[in-house]
Design a protein around this ligand. Structure first.
Ligand SMILES: CC(C)(COP(=O)(O)OP(=O)(O)OC[C@H]1O[C@@H](n2cnc3c(N)ncnc32)[C@H](O)[C@@H]1OP(=O)(O)O)[C@@H](O)C(=O)NCCC(=O)NCCS
Length: 174
């Protein structure tokens, strides 16, 4: 090795998809990057305990390096629909298949709960996410203004405006 060559160590790490626990909540903030979503994470966890949401994490050595949440919706007409949201993988773990794995596990959980219709949103500027969803069989069925709000960790209401595509997929037992 010359002085100019950088020593390289190739590391392979196991990543397990599992349901989030209470201990994951502070770690989902990714050391402050998503501290503003603290209340959203807590609410999702609360709803998970009630059975109306599910939080899946991609666990690498005990740390949630990715996640996807599922909201189970039963409307007045008796239609059952699973809304997938908050799909996110830490940047240094991108393009390793973790996002795909999270969505596939989400699908299995949705089916196991007796739901068959899944919806997911991709910001119109987010071509990577849309390509990933379409590769997994989701199809765009409408667009949406993407307007919503949340209360951050300081109690401030944050308004979000992010026009998005809504994609849908119907799944059944093989
Ligand atoms: C969108 C997002 C979740 C995808 O996560 P990811 O773990 O990188 O997804 P995957 O690795 O499964 O797939 C991404 C690409 O890597 C490729 N890939 C998958 N496994 C791979 C591997 N082992 N080696 C090389 N490439 C691989 C996939 O084919 C895919 O290619 P494509 O972009 O042409 O479809 C991630 O980019 C992210 O967190 N973005 C920021 C948040 C976000 O935008 N979330 C979506 C909200 S709408």
């Amino acid at each position: 090795m010359t002085a100019l060559e950088q020593p390289t160590l190739n590391v392979s790490l196991p990543v397990v998809i599992r349901i989030a626990t209470e201990e994951d909540l502070p770690r989902l903030e990714w050391y402050g990057q998503y501290i503003h979503y603290r209340n959203l994470f807590r609410r999702a966890y609360h709803d998970q305990q009630l059975g109306t949401r599910l939080m899946l994490v991609a666990d690498c050595n005990g740390f949630p390096v990715g996640h996807v949440f599922i909201l189970f919706i039963d409307d007045e007409q008796g239609r059952k629909q699973a809304y997938l949201y908050s799909l996110r993988v830490m940047e240094m773990f991108h393009s390793q298949g973790i996002g795909t794995h999270l969505l596939m596990e989400a699908e299995a959980h949705v089916l196991a709960k007796g739901y068959h219709r899944m919806t997911i949103a991709a910001a119109k500027t987010n071509h990577v996410a849309r390509r990933l969803y379409e590769r997994l069989g989701y199809e765009v069925f409408m667009d949406d203004r993407g307007e919503w709000s949340y209360t951050d960790h300081l109690g401030k209401v944050i308004e979000v405006k992010e026009p998005c595509w809504l994609l849908q997929k119907t799944i059944s037992m093989r």
